[in-house]
Design a protein. Structure first.
Length: 144
């Protein structure tokens, strides 16, 4: 079964808020498990800090996946990783960095971004949109 793919058109200045918003929505959705895929360990730490401190009243329990180490909390509902693995069988994937379509296809919902932070990133976003279409998936497009 193909995933539901949603591309969000996010203002470059609202990037961090977008990640927090998705994580909060996943947390509130009973039974949902979210994987936030980032580009590298440094970005994982940035997103980790964001989820700790975006708003004082809105801490989101989460865990950063470290290479070769078991999860501290196997029941964690929000994970951050730079490796394309799914150690807690997440059903939602939020992309802070591009992912291989074969990996992303293993999720029920894939949330990607129309990345306007540079011309190159915008072109790459459009290519990912086209790649999903080539696989027979009709990606949705929404404002953030």
């Amino acid at each position: 079964m193909s995933p539901r793919v949603v591309f969000y058109d996010v203002d470059p200045d609202a990037w961090e808020g977008w990640i927090h918003k998705l994580a909060a929505a996943a947390w509130e959705r009973n039974g949902a498990r979210l994987m936030i895929l980032v580009g590298d360990p440094e970005r994982a730490e940035e997103v980790d800090q964001l989820l700790w401190s975006f708003r004082e009243e809105s801490f989101l329990p989460h865990e950063v996946v470290h290479d070769g180490q078991p999860l501290t909390d196997p029941e964690a509902r929000v994970l951050i990783s730079w490796n394309p693995t799914n150690p807690h069988q997440a059903n939602l994937l939020a992309l802070d960095a591009p992912a291989e379509l074969d990996f992303a296809s293993g999720f029920e919902v894939v949330m990607d971004v129309v990345d306007r932070r540079s011309d190159e990133r915008l072109v790459a976003s459009r290519e990912r949109f086209k790649a999903w279409r080539a696989r027979g998936v009709s990606p949705e497009h929404r404002g953030a």
